[in-house]
Design a protein around this ligand. Structure first.
Ligand SMILES: Cc1cc2nc3c(=O)[nH]c(=O)nc-3n(C[C@H](O)[C@H](O)[C@H](O)COP(=O)(O)O)c2cc1C
Length: 141
């Protein structure tokens, strides 16, 4: 989805990577993720966005975790100030759609314009995701 957004907008792709490895077991991860949210855990990142000031519209993709932002994304929004920029959230879910993620982003980035965004169930066929997401992107322009 990030590649699709980058291609249509002639943009760059940045992969958000945390310093701490996460558990690859889904069930274990579900518990860890909830604990991290409850503790409002802080995460550090392996990489920095170069020339952050030069970007005006930023598509940000993430899964919904426990109806909310994955906790590393809270740290990401605390690290970068999106004032004056437009954020287009996109993501995948298994029933919760965005949950309260978009409201959380609005609280963390009060001076950004935040679009409604696009989220899709993780079990939808890739070709359909591509078609629907590209239609959403073109409609924004
Ligand atoms: C820690 C964790 C919490 C999740 N919480 C939710 C949730 O609240 N609602 C939902 O629809 N899906 C939830 N999911 C499912 C993810 O949205 C789903 O795993 C994701 O869309 C697929 O990406 P993945 O392959 O990276 O897991 C959760 C997944 C994980 C790992």
């Amino acid at each position: 989805m990030a590649n699709e957004a980058a291609q249509i907008n002639d943009g760059d792709v940045f992969s958000i990577k945390i310093t701490e490895p996460y558990d690859s077991n889904y069930e274990t991860m579900v518990g860890i993720a909830q604990r991290d949210q409850n503790e409002n855990k802080h995460f550090d990142f392996l990489n920095d966005i170069e020339n952050f000031d030069e970007y005006n519209v930023v598509y940000i993709g993430m899964p919904v975790w426990w109806g909310k932002l994955p906790q590393p994304m809270v740290s990401f929004f605390e690290k970068y100030d999106f004032s004056g920029k437009t954020i287009v959230p996109f993501g995948i879910h298994l029933g919760s759609h965005f949950g309260s993620m978009v409201e959380q982003i609005k609280e963390l980035e009060p001076n950004a314009e935040i679009k409604d965004g696009f989220t899709v169930s993780a079990d939808v066929d890739n070709e359909k995701v591509k078609a629907d997401f590209s239609a959403y992107i073109r409609n924004l322009q």
